[in-house]
Every structure is written in structure tokens, then in C-alpha cells.
Design a binder for this molecule. Structure first.
Ligand code: MLC
Ligand code: AMP
Length: 509
């Protein structure tokens, strides 16, 4: 039933059937067990049909799934892919409204729910009107001998990941199997992934860093992916010490936490922690700028010069420091294999001189297909076939360095990209708030903090605690403002438009 004409990641897994694929809280699973589970999920989802592509007038079925990090997550992702559907992961820690938005925007065919999320599943089903499929039932599907899987072209849509941006609501970034394969093979080559690699996975599985860089690259290579339900600093240090890891990848906030925990340990513990890092062959940082002081301190502690790279949901990874070669602090490196990168000035003319700043544009098979259901916004994101990232950089002696972003409304916090406009839209519904402006303010721990300046309706008061308690029900924890400034009126220009740089300055004062 599994043939060599399956999508590439499955073909790769077939080569490694006897090896360990996943270690999670529930045990250890081989590639064979993973493939068997994925086939069961595929048959369960197909319910007698031959392909999830659906009716002629419909695109591939979108299957949203709410499954924590672990074996079942991968089995469901692969089951959806084997059946020809589009995998749309839901964030397990998101509040109900954010999950409902993804289900509704992707117009999902169903929601796959992990057993322990039954209560949330019931609420999602009731409010979205979509059917629920339980992972336990899908995994228990008796695979019949006559069951066959569809043959899929590489151009088939494979995944939608929701990313915040310059529109107020998150956009669904659609990638095909070809895009995902290009994203994986580029990193496997650049960072020398091997079957004897063993990575510790601590990142959320609704974003590209956790899905492609860590999970898919490991699965492609026949390596072990050891999955923790979430990042916990003591647990990560414990796994560094007691597991045979070869690789670690994380966002700068996580390295900051690891450094802080090391600093608090006793000298003996510190020696054990540092020795554990020496066993690994590569440690990578990305998703946000790595502060130079983290780079230096981590080098002292672990002996590793962190490999910093640059990517985006729409691209996978595009630029990276070298695995064998220079890792330049404060720089994101050079174009990855198979990826073409250039800088352009404001007139969209390529920049050829070192040191002149411009916007990063990217071309290659790694670049996504479209924003789901948004043809105009997709078209606006490309110029002459180049994807416009909105990130401003310079080239210094062959190495790119990020300087900032073209939009003040995009904030990177803890490695998550969030939209100020989206948060403002929610906050404006707060009964005490007359007007508000959200900005990112610099913060060593989070990179940037979501910070809000508010003008209140008359006779109203507002504290950060009350605002956060209210926000928790409506916004992901990383979007919920962690700094609040109450002002008489927001700074505006002559046109009456709020001036975000002036709002940022208010926080500096
Ligand atoms: C959470 N909290 C925050 C916050 N996030 N406070 C301020 N700013 C933030 N960004 C608060 C919560 O509200 C809660 O507060 C408390 O911190 C603990 O919440 P948590 O959810 O348990 O947070 P924690 O585990 O500490 O999260 C830290 C983290 C996480 C670094 C592990 O942010 C994370 O996993 N980041 C990775 C994101 C990622 O994968 N990005 C990749 C995108 S892809 P209270 O008051 O309730 O206790 C991409 C492309 C590329 O960017 O290049 O890779
Ligand atoms: P996302 O949309 O969540 O995929 O975030 C992508 C954005 O993260 C990019 O457009 C950059 O702004 C930012 N980013 C990723 N890696 C780095 C890095 N190494 N340094 C600075 N910014 C980064």
C-alpha cells in the first residue's frame, strides 16, 4: 500500500523503517509504527473515498487538527498527507476564538481532536459546526487489504500555517509538497542532517520552525525526534544531560532562559550542564534576532557558537550562517542551497554594493504557493516573481545582517510574529478602552514585548492585570499585552492618525 511513488517524506521514512523515529511522553516509536499509524489515520479520514481532494469544484480538503507534540501529531499530519488532504495544525494553547478563526478561515472539512482535548473539541464543533474526528478512533482504524492510497503530484497543496502580518487577521500560508520538500532538503544539506542525529523538540507545532526545521528534517533523515509537550527549562537541561542528543534548535528567548538557569546552578551542576552541550554537534538559533550577549554567553557555557539563520512561514529558511565555516555574530549568513536571495532598494532595484540597506526578496521552490483564499494579497506579496519579505537588511562582506522591518505593525515576541493591528482590533472591544495603539518595545528576554498605550472612556480605570485577564480569553498568551500605559490621548499626526514611533517613545519615557 505504501509505494515508492508516495510523497517524498514518506519515501524517505520507508527507507528507515526499523529505526526509532519519535520519543515522547508515551514511549518510543519506530518509523514502521509511524507509517502504520499514518496509514490507519489516512483510511479513517478517507472513509471509503479514494482521495481527500474532494469534489471537482473543491480544493483539497483542509483537515484541522488539535494534537499535542508527540507521536500522534506526526501520525495525523502524515495521515492527512497520505490521504491527499491539507494539514492545518491548531495551536494547543490558543484560546477558543483563535482556534475557531483558523477552522472557519480554512473552511475545514473536520477537526481532528486528541483524546484529552475532548471538551475543547466539543466547543469547537458546536461553534464551528464542523464534525470532530478523535485521534483514538482514527488510529484504531482496521486497515483493509483492498485499501489503496492516492498517488499525489508534488504540486498538491500540503499545509496551511497561520501567520500574523500587516492584515489584521492572520493569513493562511499554503505550501505544497514541493515547497516543503525544497525547504527540508535545503536544510538537510546545509546542516548535514544524518540518520544518527537525535534532536530535542521543544517548540510549538503550528509554526514552520517546529514543523519543518525540527520535525520534518529529522523525519526526512531517519533521525530521532524527541518531543517534549512544551518548553520547560529544567526539563531541557535534564534531557541535555541524560539523552544522547546531537542537535538543538530554538528561539533566542529559549537560549536566554537556558543561560539564566545555568547561571543559577551550582559549580558542579554547571560543569555537568556544559559537558552535556559538548556532546552535541550543532545548536541553532532563529525566528528572531539573536542578541550578541546571548551568543557570547552561550559560547562560554556550551562551547558552541550558535548557528543563526533567517526564515519566514512563507519561505521556510532562506539565509543561514555556515555549518562548516564562519558563524558571524549579529548576522544571519548566506543564501541556503536552492534559495535565491537579493536586496532591493525602494525603487525595487537590486542592490549590488556592500553596506547599502534594502528589502530582502526571495525566489525558489521553497517559496509558498499562496495565502489561502486571498489572491489579491498573494499577488501583492510578489514583485517580478520575487517574494517581498518586508525585512530590511544589508550585505556585509558576503553575510546578511537584519536591520529591521518595513512595517511598525509587526512585532516579534518570543519568536512569534504578531500583528499590532489584530491585537488593537480585539482590545478596542474592551468596555473601558476608548482608543489604543499597540507597539513592540525592546526587551532582552522576549526580543520585543507587546505593549499597549490606551486612552480610557471617562470614569474608567484599567490595570495591566485586569487587561491581561480579559485578554486571556480572546488572545494567544504571546499576543496579550504585557506592558500597559494609560494616556490622556494617543499621539497623532495632523491627519489625526496615531503615530506609532511616538507611541514607542512614550514607553521609553
Ligand atoms: C508568553 N507570555 C508572555 C509571552 N509569551 N509574556 C510576554 N511576552 C510573550 N511573548 C506569558 C504568558 O502569558 C504567561 O503569563 C507566561 O508568560 C507563561 O506562558 P507560556 O506560554 O508558558 O510561555 P513560555 O513557555 O514561557 O514561552 C516562552 C517560549 C515560547 C519561548 C517557549 O514563547 C515559544 O515557544 N516560542 C517559540 C515560538 C516559535 O516557534 N516561533 C517560530 C515561528 S516560525 P501568565 O501571566 O499567564 O503566567 C518563524 C520563522 C523562522 O518565525 O524563522 O523560524
Ligand atoms: P514568521 O512570520 O513567524 O515566520 O516570522 C518571520 C520573521 O521572523 C521574518 O520575517 C523576520 O522578521 C523574523 N526572523 C526570522 N529569523 C530571524 C533572525 N535570525 N533574525 C532576525 N529576524 C528573524
Amino acid at each position: 500500500m505504501l509505494t515508492e511513488s508516495m510523497i517524498p517524506i514518506i519515501q524517505q521514512a520507508i527507507k528507515h523503517q526499523e529505526r526509532t523515529a519519535i520519543i515522547d511522553q508515551t514511549g518510543q516509536y519506530s518509523y514502521r509504527q509511524l507509517l502504520d499509524a499514518a496509514v490507519a489515520v489516512a483510511q479513517g479520514l478517507l472513509e471509503g473515498r479514494t482521495d481527500l481532494e474532494g469534489r471537482a469544484d473543491l480544493d483539497e480538503a483542509r483537515i484541522t487538527f488539535l494534537v499535542p507534540s508527540g507521536f500522534e501529531y506526526v501520525a495525523v499530519q502524515w495521515g492527512i498527507w497520505l490521504a491527499g488532504g491539507i494539514a492545518v495544525p491548531l495551536c494547543t494553547s490558543h484560546p477558543l476564538p483563535e482556534q475557531l478563526y483558523v477552522i472557519s478561515d480554512s473552511d475545514a472539512a473536520c477537526v481532528v481532536i486528541y483524546a484529552q482535548f475532548d471538551e475543547r473539541g466539543a466547543a469547537l464543533s458546536e461553534q464551528s459546526g464542523k464534525p470532530i474526528r478523535r485521534t483514538t478512533d482514527l488510529l484504531a482504524t482496521e486497515v483493509s487489504n483492498s485499501f489503496s492510497l492516492p498517488e499525489l503530484p508534488l504540486t498538491r497543496r500540503a499545509m496551511i500555517l497561520y501567520t500574523s502580518g500587516t492584515t489584521s487577521k492572520p493569513k493562511g500560508v499554503v505550501t505544497t509538497h514541493q515547497n516543503i520538500t525544497a525547504q527540508i532538503t535545503s536544510l538537510v544539506e546545509a546542516w548535514n542532517w544524518q540518520a544518527d542525529d537525535h534532536i530535542l523538540h521543544v517548540l510549538p507545532l503550528h509554526h514552520t520552525h517546529g514543523i519543518v526545521n525540527k520535525l520534518c528534517c529529522a523525519m526526512w533523515s531517519g533521525a530521532i525526534c524527541e518531543m517534549l509537550p512544551k518548553f520547560e527549562v529544567t526539563r531541557v537541561w535534564e534531557r541535555f544531560i541524560n539523552s544522547n542528543l546531537t542537535l538543538f534548535m530554538a528561539v533566542p528567548t529559549i537560549y536566554g532562559r537556558l543561560i539564566a538557569a545555568w547561571e543559577q546552578a551550582s559549580p558542579d551542576e554547571q560543569a555537568t550542564m556544559s559537558d552535556a552541550c559538548q556532546k552535541m554537534r550543532l545548536m541553532v538559533s532563529g525566528s528572531a534576532a539573536l542578541p550578541a550577549q546571548f551568543f557570547e554567553r552561550w559560547a562560554d557555557i556550551s562551547g558552541h557558537r550558535l548557528l543563526e539563520r533567517y526564515g519566514m512561514t512563507e519561505l521556510g529558511m532562506a539565509i543561514s550562517n555556515l555549518y562548516e565555516g564562519e558563524r558571524r555574530v549579529g548576522h544571519i549568513g548566506q543564501a541556503l542551497p536552492g534559495v535565491t536571495v537579493r536586496l532591493v532598494d525602494e525603487a525595487n532595484q537590486p542592490i549590488t554594493e556592500d553596506g547599502q540597506q534594502g528589502q530582502i526578496q526571495v525566489k525558489g521552490d521553497n517559496v509558498f504557493l499562496e495565502y489561502w483564499g486571498k489572491p489579491e494579497i498573494t499577488a501583492e506579496a510578489f514583485l517580478d516573481g520575487w517574494f517581498c519579505t518586508g525585512d530590511i537588511a544589508v550585505l556585509n562582506d558576503g553575510y546578511y545582517r537584519i536591520l529591521g522591518r518595513s512595517s511598525v505593525d509587526i512585532i516579534k515576541t518570543g519568536g512569534y510574529k504578531v500583528s499590532a493591528l489584530e491585537i488593537e482590533e480585539v482590545l478596542r472591544t474592551h468596555p473601558a478602552i476608548k482608543e489604543c495603539a499597540v507597539v513592540g518595545t525592546p526587551d532582552l528576554d522576549w526580543g520585543e514585548r507587546v505593549s499597549v498605550a490606551v486612552a480610557l472612556k471617562s470614569d474608567e480605570t484599567l490595570s495591566l492585570d485586569t487587561l491581561r485577564a480579559w485578554g486571556k480569553e480572546r488572545l494567544a498568551s504571546y499576543k496579550n499585552p504585557s506592558r500597559l500605559l494609560v494616556v490622556e490621548a494617543l499621539p497623532c499626526n495632523v491627519m489625526g492618525k496615531v503615530t506609532k514611533p511616538a507611541v514607542k517613545e512614550l514607553f521609553q519615557e
